[in-house]
Design a protein around this ligand. Structure first.
Ligand code: PGA
Length: 261
């Protein structure tokens, strides 16, 4: 099973509270990353109102911009919603879909399927979040993850898979400080890879990046890459502190240099 060059995505969620603070956090992150060329792809998913300002601050896209959600319709009477075309027009190149905090607010597999279709049709990368709420000793969580992936990837063609990222985020690990062990992350990556191989074929499955999210911090990032073999991270809390976020990116960079290039 292939390990891709790391993709590290900071999900700011509904933070920080003002544009001034968002600007500062972004600039601090940019400064700490420095100008050197990296093999790691660094991404920030900021709240909608901040994205165009961040685009202005990162014209070279050394930090790529993601959105935390999208609405699948192209335009029209959909109060409060944001389309993929709007997001692309302010520099967004990746979109998170199906985050557990949105699923908890009622987003279901059908809507997530439509969002995935809309993002892929616009030639943008989609980060599909999957993960179980709790673990049981019978391993039922594999079935939950399988159903979420099968629903989201319905009608997704092989040629689109290079723009598909699956973020395994066990809900019990999000914002709780409880991380899945690196062995658990590895087991789930294998499981997802096998599922994709069955659904498509081995070569096609290798195109999909499988990242991990849920209490990724400075101290556990390297282990998740080394033992977990994940292709990167989706990071909530730790992305709100520039030094923590860039520390994780630096660890991923070191790992990639020593093992993947
Ligand atoms: P966390 O959030 O890193 O704060 O656990 C991860 C996520 O929800 O994507």
């Amino acid at each position: 099973m292939k390990q891709h060059l790391p993709l590290v995505v900071g999900n700011w969620k509904m933070n920080p509270t003002t544009i001034a603070k968002a600007r500062k956090l972004f600039l601090d992150t940019r400064t700490k990353l420095g100008a050197r060329k990296r093999t790691v792809t660094s991404v920030i998913a900021a709240p909608f109102p901040f994205i165009s300002e961040l685009q202005r601050l990162s014209p070279s896209q050394r930090i790529a911009l993601a959105a935390q959600d999208v609405f699948f319709e192209a335009s029209g009477a959909h109060t409060g919603e944001v389309s993929i075309t709007m997001l692309k027009s302010v520099g967004v190149s990746m979109v998170i879909v199906g985050h557990s905090e949105r699923r908890a607010r009622g987003e279901d597999d059908d809507e997530i399927y439509c969002d995935v279709q809309a993002v892929l049709a616009s030639k943008t990368t989609v980060i599909i979040c999957v993960g179980e709420k709790a673990r049981d000793s019978h391993g039922n969580y594999f079935g939950i993850v399988e159903a979420q992936i099968r629903a989201a990837l319905r009608n997704v063609a092989v040629k689109e898979l290079t723009r598909v990222v699956i973020a395994y985020e066990p809900v019990w690990a999000i914002g709780t400080g409880k991380t899945a062990s690196a062995e658990d992350a590895y087991e789930m990556k294998l499981f997802i890879h096998k599922l994709l191989t069955d659904r498509y074929d081995r070569k096609a499955a290798e195109k999909v990046r499988i990242i991990y999210g849920g209490s990724v911090k400075k101290h556990n990032a390297t282990e998740l890459l080394t033992i977990g073999q994940v292709d990167g991270f989706l990071i909530g809390g730790a992305s709100l502190k520039a030094s923590d976020f860039t520390h994780i990116i630096d660890s991923a960079e070191d790992y990639a240099k020593n093992h993947l290039t």
